[in-house]
Write a protein of this length. Structure first.
Length: 724
């Protein structure tokens, strides 16, 4: 599209406010289309006329939810303002494409992303063009009807004013802007005007040599010839259809066709009058806009919009039809973008798109790009589910050959989720969600593979997602609570302290243990505020116990720290603040860190733990024995307690105990004591286990043999029993 020179340059100065930007946009628009209008307004008056239309476009751009329908009225308003020249539409679309986002993109309450702005702008152009063409068509049809009425009136009054009527009819017939043809009821073309002759290629004899019923086109709708036969039999007075014709050179002419029946003075059918409006360019414009709206600009593949149309069509098919879906996400694509740049990433996506298209060439197969590095292959032409698996294998095989970019050979890997099943059982959104979940399952299994959808796995993933989204509100609503499991001194059986274990009282799923939500909290970052809340509640509870249990030494409270909390810059400051506010001595607090979190930890990670240890806070190395850390590293870790994993006590359940397990525990205890570390054992379930661990020199233990995790008042009861 071309924009007039006075409207295509950069603005001299940026407008100040939204209204100024809107007026500037209206000024550019009026300059672009004013030369092609037939209005009696001056250009400033015409600009004022366009201002409310510009405001409609701006509001449509920012509408939430987005709906391009109001822009249709803008196209109709242009026609109503006598902007009927095709150049006016072309210039308008050019102005909207070039300047709407520039001047009105920031007028809304929320700034739009560049991709979203361009997508909305393209749909607004389509709506404006549709409104313009619809209004122009209606205006033309009105003119057609006026012409037809004039023609009929001219023929009915022929005897009264033959010469005047003939002259008037000839003027209308010859100079009309639409094609007009007259044929008899047998279909013989008797007369055509110059406009219709030009529409068919410019040779009148070629038009007159055809009969009406010979102008058949493969894309004719079934109603065309049904209506035609009814009209020539006198059963219908007129009909309107969209009909294509072949020109003499083989090209296609698309028209809006109106055919009317002309009767003689006695009312008998005599002639048929055809009015043809050339809509070829308009149709091509609509097709181009439709293509741009349904295809990815980078790869040329169908986009999400067209894919959903095809998927919904496949799912709505009956007769026992089935569908197969392969949802592909490239592995490690972000690393390519970050290292080689987005331009190289785009070239890689184009190459991947070409390879995917080569894998789905059969009838009923299509490949689409959903966005980013996500692609999907849909097939409805297969005989067994194994063929869908074969399609996934072909895709992985096509990606296995390295791609050369800028002199480098890049190995492309992908994870695929495969969904296959009968049509009509699930919606398109449900199918895509299942494919997405399955794809991430393949990625979690190492990538470069495909996984088949599983209803139970989908349900678990959906539950996890529901828990993840509910976590923030659950913390605000106070749905978390803490249970405490006693730490017992193996020497005398007294309660040495308690470990704080957080629980979630979920409204639908009941009480959930930390294994159901701690990992989700770590992934979402909620583990930091949740961990702080657990620390505050546990320290407050420990101080409450201290005030009511004055006999013996201080009661220790053990609180778990996640890896995310270890990296939080305010860990030390927040811990100090919690201790000072509660009045609990640092020596009564023990922070438990898993062995895996400290494997290979650098000094930046260990520094806050050292600071806490220097204050008197005990640091326990939790789940010791499950990782692969070098035992010599214990000397550099700021820990004072080793917590042996429950796997060591499982070997002591049998009688006699496994001598290998006993030797391992004995060696760990000896090593820990030589480094001045206390040893705590988890998972003690029998008295025999407790006695063996005591003989091996373990200091404290916890497990169901002593007490299950419970409310804080149970710990207080145990303390009173010890005092007695």
């Amino acid at each position: 599209m071309s924009i007039p020179a006075q409207a295509s340059g950069a603005p001299e100065s940026a407008p100040d406010g939204p209204e100024d930007r809107l007026r500037r946009f209206a000024t550019i628009w009026s300059r672009a289309i004013f030369p092609s209008t037939a209005t009696s307004l001056t250009r400033p008056e015409f600009e004022q006329h366009l201002l409310p239309l510009a405001r409609t476009l701006s509001e449509t751009l920012h509408a939430r939810p987005f709906d391009a329908a109001p822009a249709t009225g803008v196209g109709g308003a242009l026609v109503a303002a006598h902007c009927t020249d095709p150049d006016a539409l072309s210039a308008t679309l050019g102005v909207v494409d070039s300047y709407l986002v520039l001047y009105c993109g920031s007028n809304g309450p929320v700034a739009l992303t560049t991709e979203d702005s361009r997508s909305r702008c393209a749909r607004i152009q389509h709506a404006v063009a549709a409104g313009f063409t619809q209004a122009l068509r209606e205006r033309t049809l009105a003119e057609q009807e006026a012409i037809a009425r004039s023609a009929l009136a001219a023929r009915s009054h022929a005897e009264q004013a033959l010469h005047a009527t003939e002259a008037r009819f000839r003027a209308v017939f010859k100079d009309a802007a639409i094609g007009i043809g007259i044929a008899d009821l047998d279909g013989n073309v008797l007369e055509v005007n110059d406009t219709l002759t030009r529409m068919f290629g410019g040779l009148e004899n070629h038009v007159l040599s055809h009969r009406v019923n010979e102008w058949v086109h493969p894309e004719d709708s079934p109603q065309v010839w049904k209506y035609y036969n009814e009209l020539v039999r006198g059963e219908r007075e007129h009909y309107r259809v969209e009909k294509p014709y072949y020109r003499n050179d083989g090209t296609v002419l698309w028209t809006n066709l109106t055919v009317s029946l002309l009767r003689d003075p006695e009312g008998r059918p005599e002639y048929q009058l055809a009015l043809l409006e050339d809509t070829t360019e308009r149709r091509l414009l609509n097709l181009r806009l439709r293509y741009e709206a349904t295809h990815d600009a980078l790869t040329g593949l169908p986009n999400r919009t067209l894919f959903f149309e095809r998927l919904e069509k496949a799912l709505s098919a009956g007769d026992g039809s089935r569908f197969g879906l392969c949802y592909l996400d490239l592995d490690g694509f972000k690393a390519i973008n970050d290292s080689l740049g987005h331009a190289a990433g785009d070239r890689l996506l184009v190459e991947v798109a070409d390879r995917l298209q080569s894998c789905a060439t059969a009838s009923g197969e299509m490949v689409a790009r959903l966005g980013g590095d996500e692609f999907v292959a849909l097939t409805t032409s297969f005989d067994s589910p194994a063929e869908v698996d074969e399609l996934a294998c072909r895709i992985l095989g096509a990606l296995s050959t390295p791609i050369r970019l800028d002199g480098r050979e890049l190995t492309v890997r992908g994870s695929i989720g495969v969904v296959e099943g009968p049509a009509g059982e699930r919606s398109a959104a449900e199918v895509l969600r299942s494919a997405d979940i399955t794809m991430y399952r393949a990625k979690s299994a190492g990538g470069n593979r495909f996984e088949l959808a599983d209803a139970e796995a989908d349900a678990r993933a959906i539950t996890r997602h529901g828990l993840t989204t509910a976590l923030p509100a659950a913390l605000e609503r106070g749905e978390f609570f803490i249970e405490y499991q006693p730490l017992v001194h193996l020497g005398d059986g007294s309660v040495h302290g308690a470990e704080a274990l957080v629980r979630w009282c979920h409204p639908q799923h009941g009480v959930l243990g930390p294994d159901r939500f701690i990992t989700l909290a770590e992934h979402t970052g909620l583990i930091v505020p949740l961990g702080r809340w657990v620390l505050e509640e546990s320290v407050r509870q420990a101080n409450f116990w201290q005030e009511r249990h004055t006999d013996g030494g201080p009661l220790r409270i053990n609180v778990n720290l996640s890896p995310a909390q270890l990296h939080h810059p305010q860990l030390v400051a927040e811990t100090v603040e919690v201790l000072e506010r509660s009045g609990l001595e640092p020596g009564a607090l023990c922070l438990e860190v898993t062995e895996s979190a400290l494997i290979g930890a650098d000094e930046d990670v260990l520094k806050p733990l050292r600071q806490l240890a220097e204050m008197g806070v005990d640091i326990a190395l939790d789940d010791f024995g499950t990782g692969y850390s070098n035992l010599a590293n214990l000397r550099r870790l700021p820990v004072s307690v080793l917590k042996l994993d429950r796997s060591f006590t499982q070997g002591m359940q049998h009688h006699p105990a496994d001598p290998v397990d006993l030797k391992i525990v004995e060696g760990i205890v000896s090593l820990a004591h030589s480094l001045d570390l206390a040893v705590t054992v988890e998972g003690v379930e029998t008295g025999a286990q407790a006695e063996q661990l005591r003989q091996l020199g373990c200091d404290t233990a916890q497990g169901w043999y002593y007490a299950r995790p419970g409310a804080p008042d149970r710990i207080h009861s145990l303390l009173l029993a010890d005092a007695v």
